[in-house]
Ligand binder design. Structure first.
Ligand code: ATP
Length: 450
């Protein structure tokens, strides 16, 4: 089977309203994207699936929605102001900046090693490169009317911070005992040196993260269980093929400053296998740092044995946009049907932006249209995202729905007027089945479960 190219995904995304370049009419802005009518539905379906599996299915995981801008002391304590850096080099003529590790084709942040690897390398524009140095990726702003140093604040580079500083609030309000987790979905901002690969590496991103607070002696077990959760979610809930995924354990060079152990699930993106979802053992790094910096006691008293300690944290972290890109790439296929090529998104029905489309065979026959409109209203009431489509011939309509992953199409023809039956067409098999209109809802409901 031919592998999907990024150009095909970018083109489909634009053509069908999944993803648009942001501020396109002004020439765009690198690293920023807008989600269109279909993209936002797919994103909401992804977020709902994650929220259900993470928060609703666990009695001991609680959701929050923290502010994007917090007291800057948070980022000092977390180490982001000092350490949230990537190694970069600059083209000395164009001043374009590049990730040194990407240009060198290695996974390391070691400046000495990068310097030697890039010794004879030139920039993609063929110019000389500066020496590698670190570049802080925090985006800055000012809070209040005076733009001086005392008013500097940062857009959060990850959602995790708000979960650590609300640890006590959640523990107390929810009367939570270890182990328990705090989960959050929200935007984060990173001044990435080289945003690229469409929505894979952007400057405004959205993350779904969960911090699981545990007793130190259960770290291995919790780490193992949350990495398995990620794999299971991607394959079972989202229907991503196992063969598109792989494990990638971080070595000492790759691990973040806080992590004791870290493992990523890589997805085979068109540009190669890359990180999609990380599971990290952050030890007591975060709570200890915030305890020191804020002066608040964040330790935990184990009432069963009177022991007091600072909880460890296992983090589960995934980007929403990257997940959407992975889902699109995995579901995209081109198939030959009756000597014609069709593009089809084989999305799991729960993720599909539209669940079904309803069409009268001919749009200029009022009796067909009236029958179809009535059915459309009933189906919309039941399934929400139902599309009315009466444009072009029926074959074209099916192709259009295939391309956006709509699992079912319902067509009303002259026979429908006499025996109340309709044609139900299945996206994956392309099979058309004649069924009684009265059975549509239960048949589609069943079909959407697959
Ligand atoms: P990378 O190595 O790709 O820069 P990271 O290791 O810095 O990523 P984390 O800080 O662990 O990533 O972030 C958690 C998740 O957030 C990642 O697994 C990814 O899905 C997503 N993510 C991180 N940075 C970006 C970005 N610039 N654009 C889109 N998604 C991102």
């Amino acid at each position: 089977m031919k592998s999907t190219s990024m150009d095909e995904i970018v083109s489909l995304s634009k053509r069908r309203g999944f993803v648009f370049q942001s501020s396109e009419i002004y020439g765009g802005l690198a690293g920023f994207y807008d989600y269109g009518p279909l993209g936002v539905e797919l994103i909401n379906n992804l977020k709902n699936s994650w929220w259900r599996a993470m928060v609703k299915d666990h009695d001991n995981i609680f959701g929050i929605d923290g502010a994007i801008i917090q007291n800057p002391q948070l980022w000092e304590a977390s180490g982001h102001l000092a350490g949230f850096t990537d190694p970069m080099v600059e083209d000395v003529l164009t001043h374009k900046r590049y990730r040194a590790d990407h240009l060198a084709g290695v996974d390391t942040t070691d400046l000495k090693e990068l310097k030697s690897l890039l010794k004879d390398k030139r920039s993609p524009d063929g110019n000389q490169l500066s020496e590698p140095r670190y570049f802080n990726m925090m985006m800055r702003t000012w809070v209040g009317p005076v733009e001086d140093d005392a008013a500097i604040a940062y857009l959060r580079p990850e959602t995790a911070g708000a979960m650590f500083i609300n640890y006590l609030n959640v523990k107390e309000t929810m009367r939570a005992k270890l182990p328990f987790g705090i989960a959050q979905i929200g935007k984060a901002f990173r001044n990435e040196i080289s945003p690229r690969d469409f929505i894979f590496r952007v400057r405004e991103l959205e993350q779904m993260e969960m911090q699981y607070f545990i007793k130190p002696d259960s770290q291995e077990e919790a780490y193992e269980s949350w990495r398995q959760f990620a794999w299971r979610f991607l394959t079972t809930e989202l229907g991503i093929k196992e063969s598109s995924l792989s494990w990638h354990e971080h070595d000492a060079n790759e691990k973040a400053h806080y992590a004791k152990a870290a493992v990523d699930i890589y997805f085979k993106f068109p540009q190669g296998p890359k990180e999609l979802w990380g599971t990290h053992n952050r030890t007591d790094y975060d709570l200890s740092s915030h305890m020191k910096s804020s002066g608040k006691d964040l330790s935990y008293l184990d009432e069963t044995n009177g022991e007091r300690f600072v909880p460890y944290v296992i983090e589960s972290s995934v980007g929403v946009g990257r997940m959407l890109l992975a889902v699109l790439c995995d579901a995209y296929c081109e198939e030959s049907v009756n000597q014609e090529t069709r593009t089809v998104l084989k999305l799991k029905p729960v993720l599909a932006p539209y669940k079904l489309a309803v069409s009268p065979l001919l749009k200029n026959k009022p009796e067909l249209v009236a029958f179809a409109k009535k059915l459309y209203a009933e189906l919309k009431q039941e399934f929400g995202m139902v599309m009315w489509d009466d444009n072009g011939n029926i074959g074209k309509r099916y192709r259009r729905q295939d391309e956006i992953g709509t699992p079912f199409c319902v067509t009303i023809d002259f026979q429908s007027l006499t025996d109340q039956s309709v044609t139900l067409r299945d996206r994956d098999t392309t099979k058309q089945e004649r069924i009684a209109a009265g059975q549509l809802i239960s048949t589609i409901k069943e079909g959407l479960k697959r």
